[in-house]
Each structure stands twice: as C-alpha cells, then as structure tokens.
Design a protein around this ligand. Structure first.
Ligand code: ZN
Length: 242
C-alpha cells in the first residue's frame, strides 16, 4: 500500500492516526479537507467515510423498524462537484439580473464555496424519507414540518439521531448566522468535529482555489473572513466542541 492509500484507508478506521505525532495540528491532509482527496467509502449505497457510514447504516436500520426510511440524497461531494454546483447557480442568478454581490449572497443561503463544504469530508449527509412520494424539490424546510411529507422523519431524527452520533449543523436557532436552516442535513459528530478542528488550522486565503470559479473577483479576503466566521462556524455548538 502506498503512502497516499494508507492515509485515506486509515481515515476510515478513525481512532488516533499513526501519523498524528508527525502532524500534531492536523491528522488530515489539506486535500482531504478541501474535497480533493479520494475517500474510502463505507459502501456505494452509503457515500460516507467508513466510520460515519457504519453509524448511518445502524441508524437506518433502527428507523426502518419504526417505518421511517432514511434515504440519502447527498453524501460525500468532491471539490469539483461543488464547483459545478456553484457555477451553475451563479450563471442562473446572473441570467436573472443579479449583481455579483447579490448573486454570491443568494448562493450562500444554502450552498457553499467549493473547498468549504462539510460534504467534502464524507461525514455529512442530506436525507429524506424514502417511503414518501417525491414531488418537486425535496430539500425544502417546510416539507419537514407541519403537514409536510418528512415530518415523521424529522420527529424520529429529533428523538434518535444523536444516539447514533448525527447532529444538525444548520439549526433553526435565530442567533445562528450563515447558511439557512437545513432540517435535512446531518453531520456525524465523532468524525466531523475533528475534521473541523483541522479545517480551522487552514489559511483559507491561501488554500481556496478560485480559478475557474464564477464571481471569483468578488471573493476577496474580507469576504472570506466573514464567510469563515458566519458560514463555516455558523453551526450548532455541539459540532464545534473541540
Ligand atoms: Zn447538505
């Protein structure tokens, strides 16, 4: 096994990595944190890093016993995939007549700058209830409340998700800044907390690649600084517990 494979394979096993002493600040590579590395997936059907995928599978089985079908809409996402999402949204907003500032503001209501998505880590997942009929966009907050199709899923997750290590980063808390409320997005805390800790040691102005990114001239240091504080760290307190 070459060194590269060894790093990623070990990521899946978690615990204290062997190379932790050599890199005391970050047990993860910069590539891995930015969604540019290869991740060892749990299974094709569960696109999450091994430990997170295993925990998700357990949770899925428990939910199924109570009639809730946890279906993954999105799990691990690469830098390139996030870049394609960003550029598609930017072009669509531009066609609607939005200025570059309005455009970026609109995108970051729900989507991240490539290189800053929690989905890059293989620890975060967007889910719906697969037993319900799908009509139009599924990742809509209202659908998880009141008479929406995913209300039972939300209720089950509220009662059980934390037992399996899964937490909502983008809560409904009005004091939270950054991304809007996402009742479908869960993060596997036992892994994502340490990934975030490593992530905070990165200098985003140096590592973020804005080449080929729509609106990149407006992504200056001031923007990145606010985005870091409000969006990247604008998550539930439990997931910043390091
Ligand atoms: Zn998500």
């Amino acid at each position: 096994m070459n060194r590269r494979n060894f790093l990623f394979a070990s990521f899946g096993l978690a615990s204290t990595p062997l190379w932790a002493n050599a890199f005391p600040k970050s047990p993860y590579t910069t590539e891995m944190l930015l969604g540019m590395g290869e991740l060892l997936m749990h299974k094709e059907t569960i696109p999450l890093a091994k430990k997170a995928g295993k925990a998700f599978e357990k949770m899925q089985k428990a939910a199924k016993k109570e009639g809730v079908v946890l279906q993954i809409v999105s799990g691990y996402r690469s830098y390139d995939r996030q870049k394609a999402i960003w550029n598609r949204k930017y072009k669509a907003n531009k066609a609607q007549g939005l200025s570059p500032e309005q455009n970026i503001k609109k995108i970051i209501e729900y989507s991240t700058l490539p290189g800053t998505s929690r989905h890059h880590w293989g620890t975060d997942v967007d889910i719906i209830d697969g037993s319900k009929p799908k009509v139009g966009d599924v990742l809509v907050a209202e659908k998880f409340h009141n008479k929406g199709p995913y209300t039972e899923l939300k209720k089950w997750m509220d009662q059980n998700a934390k037992k399996f290590g899964f937490y909502l980063p983008y809560t409904k808390n009005p004091n939270r800044k950054g991304f809007y409320y996402e009742p479908w997005h869960y993060s596997y805390a036992p892994l994502s907390i340490s990934l975030l800790k490593s992530y905070t040691s990165l200098d985003l102005n140096k590592v973020l690649i804005t080449e080929g990114l729509e609106g990149s001239t407006h992504l200056n240091a001031e923007f990145i600084s606010t985005y870091y504080k409000e969006n990247i760290l604008g998550i539930a307190a439990e997931l910043k517990n390091f």
